[in-house]
Every structure is written in structure tokens, then in C-alpha cells.
Write a protein that binds this ligand. Sequence first.
Ligand SMILES: Cc1ncc(COP(=O)(O)O)c(C=O)c1O
Length: 369
Amino acid sequence: MNPTNAVLESRVSELEGGVAALAVSAGSAAVNYAILAIAEQGNNIVSTPQIYGGTFTLFNHMFARLGIEARFAEDESPASLEALIDDKTSAVFCESIANPVGAFMDIQAIADMAHSHGVPLIVDNTVATPMLIRPFEFGADIVVHSLTKYMGGHGNSLGGIVVDSGKFPWAKNAKRFPMLNQPEPSYHNMIYTEAMGELAYIARVRTVPLRNTGSALSPFNAFLILQGIETLALRMERHCENAQVVAEYLENHPMVTWVKYAGLPSSPSYLLAQKYSGGQASGLMAFGIKGGMEAGEKFYDALKIFKRLVNIGDAKSLAAHPASTTHRQLAGAELEASGVTPDMIRLCVGIEHIDDILEDLEQALSAAQ
Ligand SMILES: Cc1ncc(COP(=O)(O)O)c(C=O)c1O
């Protein structure tokens, strides 16, 4: 174990209120390992439909080929998720604040439902960070992060982490989780629940998926991410403050047809945001620009302060026009099915002075007319 990585692991674990964590090379590795530690061929996982595109691809395409079926619920309600659970379900998965449009999930209700079936809840807490939401306090069992985003805050290093609450009763659900309750042939025939107690899960993530497939975090990246975490509290405060002002400004702008941001009373997530983070809705939002694809492209090209890139969670403001960039190869119905409309702009509002941010948006919206 590298000592710098170990410091990062214990800090993030403490921030989340967990018992231990494992740092890995990227958020996608964290999601992958979090599930591979408890699911194998013949198992399934149940997920909310709104998740980061890369996680969707991992679940829907790669896991399918490994014989792990990803079942996506119709919507994020506990009842829709519950309808997909059976005795082969290894986990329920959701994002606390979902990428790409910032919808809040009802973590407590989903956790209660999952536990009533003896299934753990894995929450991707990347967009919220533990500054806004601590999913373990609402019953989640495992938290994963892309540290590449708000946690690091500078987009200078990839990283991910799996955090264990230590609370899920793996031994009580031995039939569902043979990997934690029967001898592990690849690691000294260890029976994790017997040998490691409350650390059973995270010990298996470290000694089986990580040890055998090697998505280790570079200690230098751990150092950079640790520098970022030192300012996380202040940055998140400013991201939320700025984003709230931007969302209100956009909602009243004649060039804007719709805005999705959980800090707005018009948002279906508004009440959940009040419950889970006191209304602080992070920096991620989406809006529709009048004039569709053409106006979207013009707006995007006119931006000066907002960086045109598809990462999220940098200290600097970021914008994406998915229809002309990440989703350019899709058209019509395909584009619609992916949840991306031609007029949709995604913003990840940074910590610059709010006057500069608004001025940039105003000039780019005028240029798009
Ligand atoms: C919510 C969420 N989870 C996981 C990831 C994957 O993280 P990484 O880019 O560090 O692999 C991302 C990346 O955008 C994300 O937005």
C-alpha cells in the first residue's frame, strides 16, 4: 500500500463517514470494481436510468458480455427499482445527484427498499461530494467517486475511490454473496466476512479486482487530489452560490426555453435537494437555447470564460453542447433516446466571479441570436 494513497483513502473515508476506502486510477475503475467485488456471471444489478454515460456503457455493454445483467428502471422511484430485484441481484446503483442534468435521488427511500431485499445500495457521490451529501447517513452501503471532478477540482489528475460504510450485513446474506462468505481461491482461500469483519467488502475490492487487474492510483495523482480536497468545502460553497445565480438568470432570459437545476423551485428535484443538501444543488445544470442546434453551436463557439470541454467539477466554468460534440454521431430518435436534445447546453458553473460568468453567458447568448 502506498503511503500517499493511504492518506487519501483515510481522508475520503472520514469525509464520507465510512470505515475504509480504496483509491483507484479513475472513477470508472471505482464503479467497475465496486460491482465486480460482489457480482459475477449470472448475477444482475439494478440501476436508476439517469447515470453518467460511461457508467451506462460499462453496465449495459461490458457487464452484459461478462454475464452480469444491468437492469435499468423506468424511473428513479423505489417501486420501479424494486420491480427489477430478484434473488440474483447483487446491488442497486444510483448517483446521488445524477449526471448529466443534476437530478437528486431519494437515497433514503431507495436504501430502505434495497435493504428490505437484503441488497446493498451503491451510490456514486461524484457530483454532490461529501460537502453536500453524505449518502451513508441516509442508508447507502457503498460510495464511489470520480476524484477527477470536484474532489480534485482542477482537472489535472484522474482518480477514483470506493468507500465502505462497513454496515452491510454480508454474512447475514451469505447465499446472495458467496464471494464474501466462501473461501476465495485467488487469495489464500480467505473467507472475507470471517477474516475481515466490517472490512470484508473493501478488503475484497483491494485483494481481488484491484490486485488482479491493476487500476492502481498513481501516488502523484493522489498528492494532487489531496491538495484539491483541502479547498473542497470552500469551492463547493462557491460552485453552489454561482450556479444558483446562473440558473435564475437563465430562467428569466428570453433566449432560454428551459432550465434544469435542482436549486430552482420549478425543478422536480427541488424538494429532494432541500432534504438532502439544504438546497445546495452543486454546479451542474442544463438549459435549452432558442433556435435549437444552430443556436447551440453559435452559443458554444462564442463562449470565452467557459471552457468548452466535457469534464465536470473543475474550479473553472465548463460548458458542453452534447448534440454537436459528444453525441454528434447520433441523430433524430437515437439522440432523443439518449436524453440529449439539439438545443441542450450543459454547464458546470465554476468559482470565478459571478459578474464575469454572467457577462460571458450574456455575450454568448447574444451571439447565438
Ligand atoms: C458521475 C460520474 N461517475 C463516474 C465518472 C467516471 O470518472 P472518471 O472520468 O474519473 O473515470 C464520471 C465521469 O464523468 C461521472 O460524471
